[in-house]
Design a protein around this ligand. Sequence first.
Ligand code: ZN
Length: 343
Amino acid sequence: MKAVYFDRHGDSSVLQYGELPTPQPKPDEVLIHLHTAALNRLDLWTRRGWQGLKLEFPHIPGADGAGIVEEVGGLVQSFRGGERVVINPNIGCGRCEFCLAGKDNLCKNWHLLGETRRGTYAEYVVVPERNVYHLPDHLSFEVAAASALVFQTAWHSLITRGQLKPGETVLIVGASGGVNTASIQIAKFAGAKVIVVGSNSEKLARAKEIGADILIDRSIDEAWSKQVYLLTEKRGVDMVVDNVGSTFMQSFRAASKGGRILTVGNTGGAQFEIDNRLIFGKHLTIIGSTMSPQQDFRKVMELIGEGKFKPPIDRVFPLSEAKNAQDYLESGNQFGKIVLEIS
Ligand code: ZN
């Protein structure tokens, strides 16, 4: 099969496009002929590598994908060849205490497609049956693939972990990333008022199109927490969605007393300093989460099927140009998702 892969870590020049053997499904797995894959920042980090990450080379990146079932293993019951499907890249073992408690995103033997097993930058991929979801006919492979990782992540964080309520005010730090654009839509759906801090007026205009109520341009004033404070009549916001990390101090200041800070990642780097006095002094709660359990994935895909949410898709590249697609993602100039067209 045609695939994009790398056999050592590094910058995008390590990505190769060529032939690899087509994988075969195990008894509980489904072989999917992919039509579309979508990029995530995770793809860049996996390519660069980190201490402790051990991959079997050649490694195929890519968590998100949608396509048609090609073949199923002997134990698979819910799928057959020819069906349109999207992948849930969050792979739990299905047996440990967390999986049995419906928290497969906390699985003791957790895997993420494209991170610790071969992913979707390829014509074919195998995934466990429980990680496959039937697509309604009207939902395109493109929208499905662009939605899977970011919408489940944002839904689990804002709704399940964050318990966002109608009438609350949410601040989203960053206008354009996949999880943030999903968070804007989900917060509006939940009946919240949404403030977005963005890096330029163009991205903020797009954020407004998908539901943001109040826009703060940090290219005009880096001290955006002060803006938030003034815009909320010196109260602060009930919830801050901060997946940057290095911005935590501003997020703490922007939060109301008793506010919640949600985080699913750290695009600004893993380590940074915080001032503990703001946490206890304001009764702040920091809520971490990663991906989502199966039930949240199904719920959010159902809502996407109903047209409640739609990921903004910035650009589509052919699979053979995955290197250019990753370079574009790394530039940070995109708004929403970058997609690979496979066949
Ligand atoms: Zn498990």
